[in-house]
Design a protein around this ligand. Structure first.
Ligand code: CTP
Ligand code: CA
Ligand code: CA
Length: 640
């Protein structure tokens, strides 16, 4: 027998030859395990608590699930539970208006720090005392931590787990690696090597013949399209993702009695749209093949950042408010809105978003702030607020384990706003001894004294104190400390966003709050960043657009160059998104104007897409509502 002769064609035949193959490749499958943002099998979830602050109060007060309840901050309502939404109540109406519409409603005021107290509490008279009380969101932050811990416990440990806290009541979960491991367990055909070790080979067709979507609201194809549409691996990934999220949500309910909603889709933007699509206490899966159909049914003016003036301008420019119709417009034409705006809009309309889910761990800094209307005018007044800030920050340090010397801040920074100028002064915390509230207070006072000595300090419209330079501790387990994150909330909720991380309340919550005067120019904060222990931001000093660099940041907090507000660095992206969206609006409003700096726009563009959230209103997207099926749905698989 002669030894085998190798010819140009390989000796073994391709075992998948002639069989029906998936449109996805072994490479796509492998990429799941590394959280690649380019694999079409990528599976992302967004989980968002229903009427979060309101649910916190319901659980704390032990009221019945069907009791209408709202959370009040000063005169306005900032969270409305679902039973009260039936009465037509919406966020930001006054407590008085709410009681007219729903006499049975419980309006619970948020907890506050009262001047002179060393802890926050629920004060019955808080709403009358805006001048001497400061909002505390600690109760919600605490619940948020518990919820995060529960969510993380219901997932396998890293590296199969990747969770990003995206706000006080929401997370993104990249389920790709977990799903990869589940796929290999459940589908032995996937565990085999690809023919000829060629990763570009298509995967075999899935061996199982049904997908059970269970109770998920499924955004699916039209009935006639479904006839010829057999579920492929992307659908299997989504259905496993839906299983995971059902389990996560059940875990939160069982452990803590909070309901939340979920979205499962191939990217963050769509997952977030999904979680808001069918609230409360439901989850929505957006089949990859149905993405365009899903988006088509939205009015784009309902998509976040496309409401308001920008949306109006687009309607005026293209004569439609429908995603579907705007999709017919070539990108070159959309670019008459501005090059970047056009590209951003083009992608957004198509559900394109490759932004990553970033797992974040521990807090690096904390901020306590108060805006004054009217402004304050004396050192004594300032000191009274510093007392509260010190107590607030100290109590949060205690939660971080400062008393056990687990974690400790290195610096205390005071931000002071007077007229158009924000000044920051920083002090080092002596290392060695234990940190105390008194120490924080003393440092803060001396920083304020320095600002007063330096020059014009009054009238002062905003003061904030931050503690920074917390070092990460090494945590092998996924204990609660691992979840102490200060993720940003929606960039449009400027006030509440910073509150989440910082309890800065700015002013009573009204719809007007969101209409912040955005200065289009991009500013630099530090004159000499590298040596800045004292920093002044002059609003008349325009320079380059960019994200804060290391040198702009004092312990994880920087002063936004556009609005002069102190922002946690971890929230920089979201905060910039908000400005980006405002700039888009301005771009349209003020044409002709100089082109925005590209670098920031393109980054923000990505982020804005990722944060875009929309809720479909009743009566809108009529066609698709009939297609959003609840209850069990079985999909036919092909015969292969
Ligand atoms: N929040 C706020 N002011 C805003 C937006 C949000 O104070 N402009 C607070 C709310 O009190 C809310 C929490 O942040 O409970 C989370 O906000 P969001 O998820 O947007 O709304 P929910 O109240 O949770 O309602 P939904 O069920 O629609 O998510
Ligand atoms: Ca929510
Ligand atoms: Ca939310």
């Amino acid at each position: 027998m002669s030894s085998p002769q190798y010819t140009s064609s390989p000796p073994a035949s391709n075992p998948l030859e002639g069989r029906r193959r998936s449109k996805f490749t072994f490479k796509h499958l492998n990429q799941l395990s590394t959280y690649s943002t380019t694999t079409p099998l990528r599976t992302i979830a967004h989980v968002d608590l229903d009427a979060f602050y309101a649910q916190c109060e319901m659980v704390r007060l032990g009221v019945a699930r069907d009791q209408p309840l709202a959370v009040q901050q000063w005169g306005a309502l900032i969270a409305i539970n679902y039973p009260s939404r039936k009465f037509g109540l919406t966020r930001h109406i006054t407590a008085a208006e709410a009681k007219k519409l729903c006499p049975n409603i419980v309006c619970q005021h948020v907890a506050t720090w009262r001047e002179g107290d060393d802890t926050w509490a629920y004060h019955d008279d808080a709403f009358k005392n805006m001048g001497t009380h400061k909002v505390s969101l600690d109760p919600y932050r605490r619940e948020s931590k518990k919820i995060l811990a529960t969510i993380k416990e219901s997932l396998p440990p890293p590296p199969l787990q990747r969770v990003e806290k995206a706000g006080i009541d929401e997370v993104f979960i990249d389920m790709s690696a977990q799903i990869h491991s589940i796929l290999l367990e459940r589908y032995p055909e996937l565990a085999r090597l690809p023919p000829y070790d060629d990763l570009t080979e298509n995967l075999p067709w899935p061996s199982q013949s049904t997908i059970n979507w269970e109770a998920d609201a499924l955004v699916d194809l039209e009935a006639e399209e479904l006839e010829s549409d057999d579920p492929d691996w992307d659908d299997i990934c989504l259905s496993i993702g839906a299983e995971i999220i059902r389990h996560v949500r059940k875990g939160v309910w069982d452990a803590l009695h909070y309901t939340c909603s979920g979205g499962v889709a191939r990217n963050k933007m769509l997952a977030k749209l999904g979680s808001g699509f069918n609230k409360p206490n439901k989850q929505t899966v957006i089949r990859t093949r149905a993405i365009q159909k899903f988006l088509n049914d939205f009015k784009f003016t309902k998509i976040r950042n496309l409401g308001g003036k920008l949306g109006d301008e687009i309607v005026a420019a293209f004569g439609t408010d429908l995603v579907k119709e705007l999709c017919d417009v070539p990108v070159e034409q959309l670019q008459k809105l501005g090059d970047d705006t056009g590209v951003w809009l083009y992608n957004t309309l198509r559900g394109i978003d490759s932004s990553e889910v970033n797992s974040r761990t521990q807090v690096k800094s904390m901020l306590s702030a108060k805006s004054f209307r009217p402004s304050i005018n004396t050192f004594e007044q300032g000191v009274r607020w510093l007392r509260i800030f010190a107590a607030d920050i100290f109590s949060r340090c205690v939660e971080e384990g400062v008393l056990e010397n687990k974690r400790k801040p290195k610096t205390i920074t005071l931000h002071h706003r007077q007229g158009g100028t924000t000044k920051s002064k920083q002090a080092l915390i002596p290392q060695g001894g234990l940190i105390s509230e008194e120490l924080i207070f003393d440092l803060a006072k001396s920083l304020l004294a320095q600002i007063v000595v330096d020059g014009r300090a009054w009238p002062c419209s905003n003061l904030s104190l931050s503690a920074g330079g917390f070092e990460d501790t090494i945590t092998g387990n996924m204990g609660i400390k691992g979840f102490l994150v200060t993720g940003g909330q929606r960039p449009t909720k400027e006030v509440v966003d910073s509150s989440e991380a910082s309890d800065s309340e700015e002013e009573p919550p009204t719809a007007k709050r969101q209409k912040i005067d955005v200065d289009d120019g991009i500013r630099r904060f530090f004159a000499h960043p590298s040596e800045a222990a004292t920093s002044t931001h002059n609003e008349n000093q325009a320079t380059q657009a960019r994200f804060p660099t290391e040198t702009d940041v004092l312990d994880g907090i920087y002063i936004c160059k556009k609005c002069s507000k102190p922002i946690l660095q971890s929230d920089a992206g979201e905060h910039e998104d908000w400005h980006f969206a405002k700039n888009l609006e301005n771009e349209l409003r003020q044409e002709p104007r100089p082109a925005p700096v590209h670098q920031v726009e393109s980054h923000a563009k990505e982020k804005v897409k990722e944060k875009t959230k929309t809720k479909r209103t009743a009566g809108q997207g009529h066609q698709s509502t009939e297609k959003v099926e609840k209850g069990q749905q079985r999909l036919r698989f092909g015969n292969g």
